[in-house]
Every structure is written in C-alpha cells, then in structure tokens.
Design a protein around this ligand. Sequence first.
Ligand code: GLN
Length: 247
Amino acid sequence: MELEIINMYPDILNLYGDIGNLIAIKQRCRWRNIKVNIHNFTVDNEISIENGDIILIGGGADSGQNIVSKNLQKQRNKLSQHIESEKPILAICGSYQMFGDKYIDANKNEIPCLELFDMETINENNRLIGNILINTSLNIAEKRIIGFENHGGRTYHKYKPFGEVVLGNGNNGKDKTEGMIYKNFIGSYLHGPLLPKNPTFTDYIIFNALNVKYGIESLENINIGLNDSIEENAQIAIGKKLFKKKF
Ligand code: GLN
C-alpha cells in the first residue's frame, strides 16, 4: 500500500515544528511497510493536489497567512472535493482559521479565507499561550490529547469540536471547545507538534486515508502492531509535569 501526502506551505506555515506531523505519519507508515510519497506544495510550486490521500497544513503568524491567502483560494474547489470524499486533512492553527468564513487579524484587517466552513475567527490583543490538554470527541482508544497553543485568534463555530478543553484555552478560551471536525477534516490549535505527541490520533489519520483508498477495516494486521510504550511514557511524563493533578 502507498499513500500520497500533500504537505502544504512547509516554507511559510510551519510554526513550532508542525513539520513533525508529516514526520510522524511517515515513520508510522514506514514501520508498517506502507510506502509514503511526499509532495510539497507552496506559493511558487503549485503542484497538483487532487491525487493526495492526506493533506497537511501547519500554522503561521498573521504575516504568513497573508502571504498564502490568495494562493490558497485557488485550491478551494480541490480542497472541498478532498474533504467531501472523506480524505483526511489536518490543518493547524493559522491554516485551520483559514478554512472558515473570515479571519480578522491583530491589525483588524480581514484576511480572505476559503469560506468552506461556517466559522469565524477574530483576533484579540491578549494571546492564548501554553500547554493544552483536551479530551477528544473522536472515537479512538486514547481520548487524551496534549499539545501547545499560541494564538490571538478566537474561533467560533457549531461543528463538532476536535475535543473538550480540560486545561488550556482551545478555540476561544470561553466555550471549552477545541478545534473542529467535519468528515475527516480536522482543524486544531494544537502545535506541539501534535502528531508525535499523540500516536493514537496519528494512526486514526493513517487508517482513514487507507480506508478511503483501499477499503481496509483496521490497521492492526498491517505488517506489525506497533509498540507505543515509548510514546505513551513520554506523554505521561510530559503530562504529569505540565498538568499535574488533572493528567
Ligand atoms: N496568526 C494566528 C493567531 O495568532 C495563528 C497563529 C498560529 O498559527 N499559531 O491567531
């Protein structure tokens, strides 16, 4: 089996090591003998994205969002087709915001967005910064997801959230929601990078991509079951230190 990964704007949207999301998917596929082909897409390298099985887009400062805004809109229809055909997309922070109707940045300027989701983000002066612990709404074995957030934007929508905030701020610091889920589109404020810190969630993305492409029913029988004890112990060690009693 083979997966095509579209890695969007790695040169512009790659805050706090979001590239680690790509590395985690690649490595967990490699351990299972699943071939991964990576295709980098950016402003001056607009490769075709329609054959991608997974799309990854990282976060960025307002200035980075301004740079990609127009370019991203040219991909609107293809991104929409990708989402509607249930293929996974993981969009972090700045790029998550840009799938909504609007983003009002720190200078009160509106950055044109994709308008694929009924969602808006408005920047406020004080930033929401720190480690974050959520209880994910995904139906996966490990509900605990940890990461790091740093955003001025407050996001509001009525979709299913990626998770409920246990510690930290999430979408807006008010309603205890974090991120959003629509089909296999997942938007989240969690850097970290997110996937190396949360292997069960990484496998969920890989599984969905393989399910769409090959109709597989489970990852368990592919080559080997992975031993995640190192990742789990790392998560517990980080979590205990960061979140003390609540972890
Ligand atoms: N510029 C956005 C904000 O501050 C996104 C930041 C980010 O991607 N970490 O809300």
